[in-house]
Structure formats: structure tokens, C-alpha cells
Design a protein around this ligand. Sequence first.
Ligand code: PA5
Length: 364
Amino acid sequence: MLDELNLYEKSEAREFLAQLRAELDGFLEGMKSAEAISLKPHRNINSIVFLGVGGSGIVGDLLSDITAKRRDLPIICHKDYSLPPYLTKDVLAVAVSYSGNTAETLSAIVEAYDAGLPMFGITSGGLMEKICKKMGIPIVKVRDGLLPRMAVPHMLGAAVSVLTNAGLIKMSADELRNAVENARRAQESVEVHVGLESNIAKQVANQIYNKVTFIYSHGLLSSVGYRLKCQLNENAKMLAVNQCLPEILHNDIEGWSPALANCLAVVVLRHKDEPLAVKEALDRMEVFLGEQLGISVSRIVGDGNDDATKILSSMVICDYVSFYTAMMRGVNPIRVDRIKSMREGIISNSRLLEQVAKRFEVKP
Ligand code: PA5
């Protein structure tokens, strides 16, 4: 089915595919949008907290993995209304909301502002743009009109650019550009014209489209695992579970049985430079689940020699997996009606947005 090219002619497939194909350029565009933003020098920053939920929240998770070996500061990803009390003025807050109208994120921004945290924002507009401008918070504006989850590369590129310029990450813009160029090979290998026989994204979609999928990974690729879970939820409208090693082998593993083969599948994210113990553990786990229990186990290998390339290339493949899975399931990858109705139906959230607008004297 996935090799029938007329499948991709439907308007929603075409629109989604256009955003998917533009993802890697989105990193470069996001970096460019942030070039002019410089943060006030602040010598005592001791950690970075990302404020944001859903697609926007993933920016912090991915950045944390990409830069794990490139910074001396911890990155905290905070995905809730209220800030924990241990965040002090030496913590740099990075607020990310694509729409700029997400109640949880705006609530956290206001708390960070009141607590005196240095901060910058990344958004396409909305209330967030207005209140950041009013409060004098630097803001990177990324292009609008995208799905929030497909704007992740733009927002990630913007975050890398600002943090690199501020000297908080020891990564050059050229390194990220290089990773983007390397990841284009991975993207080409999973494009729609590449047949199922040699297209890993189509093969994985074929294995998982009618099953609840467990995504297993370790360390470097754990945020990509979380990204795949969220993309399967939102694009393919299916349940997925994301877990990481070593925990999997200390709990999950006891739950598997051959009877689950009909309804559950596993996708394992791998790369060639896994620490030996991790490689051994993942190999053993794959053999146990696949060969001994008869569960469908698919492997996605992140290409490249550096961390950023491995992350970007696996993320691109995983995003195509979610698209092909949506096609197999016959669902529209663009619409997220339930998320929309939940967002709009929570009266406390609407009130919160009104209060924030009123406090900063901007139009909601
Ligand atoms: O991808 C999506 O549409 C969602 O996960 C959104 O990112 C989420 O609802 C948060 O909205 P925003 O990214 O606009 O803050």
C-alpha cells in the first residue's frame, strides 16, 4: 500500500508531506531567525529551564540530548503551569510555545517573570509575543502557519542559536548546519518514492500501524523516542509508550508475554556508538522479545558520527514513520481535534489567558 504513490495525492497527505520535507531546512531557518537576538550578559547562570508543553515542549528534550556533551549546565524541561520553588534568578528560562496561546506555558512564563528569572521566548506570535514584548523579554519569532509539532526544527534551531551566542553551549552554528546536511541522506532514504523493500520508515509503519507501540531507546536517543511517541499519538492517532534503558530491563521486561504479539509492537532506536553495556543489553532485549516471545521488533538506526547528526537523522526517519503509519491507518495526520477541543473546553485555561492579558494590558 505505501508504495502506491497516489496515496500521497490526498490534500492532507500533500500538506503534511510538504511540512515533513521542509523540516531540515526549518533548523537553518530557525537559526537565522535568532541571529539578531542576544541575551543580557549574566555571569551566574547555573542551569537552563525550558518552559513548554506538547510539540513545543519537545524542543528542550531534544536540545538537552544534542548538547549533552557540549555544556556545563543542566537543562530542565518543565511542562506544567507552576514553576518549582528551587528555580532562582540564576536559572535561564527558555519559554517555547508555537501558537503563543498555551495556558500552561503562559502561566509558567508569568511565574518566571515574577521570580525574576532571566528569560527569552520562542513563538510564532499569539499572546506570548505580546506579553514578552510588553515585559521586555527577548523573543525569537519563527514563521507561522505550521503545525506546532512540525515547527520543532525551527524552534530548536532558534534555541541552539541563542544559547550558542550566549556562550551557554559550546557548539558552533556550523556543527548544526553540518548535522542538517548529513541528515538529508536519512531523509532521502525514507522518501515516498523509495520502495518498501529498502525504506525503513515504511517497513516500521507496516509493522506497527495496528498495534500499540512501545518505543525503546537509551541516553542520546531518548528524546527522539519521546518525539516518536508524540508523533504517533498526534499524526497517526494511536497509542504509543516511550521507555528507556536501563529501566526497561528493570521493570517493563517482566510484563511481556507471547500473548501480546497480536496487539503490541516494539521499535528500538539504536546508533553505532552505543556504550558496550548498552549495546549488549539492547541486543539481548531484542532477541528475547523478538525471537523468544515472537513480538514484532523493528530497529531504527541513527546515522552519523556526531550526536547532532544521529539525533536529527533518527528524528527525520521517525517523523516519516509516523506519517506512513497515519497513511496505513487512513487517518488525517494534520487534524488534532481532541487536543483542540480539550484546549478550548477547559474554562480555567481561558480565564488564565484573560487574566494574563489583563495584567499586561494586551489584547488576548
Ligand atoms: O503538536 C501540537 O499541536 C501540540 O502538541 C502543541 O504543540 C501543544 O498543544 C502546545 O501548543 P503550542 O506548541 O502552541 O504551545
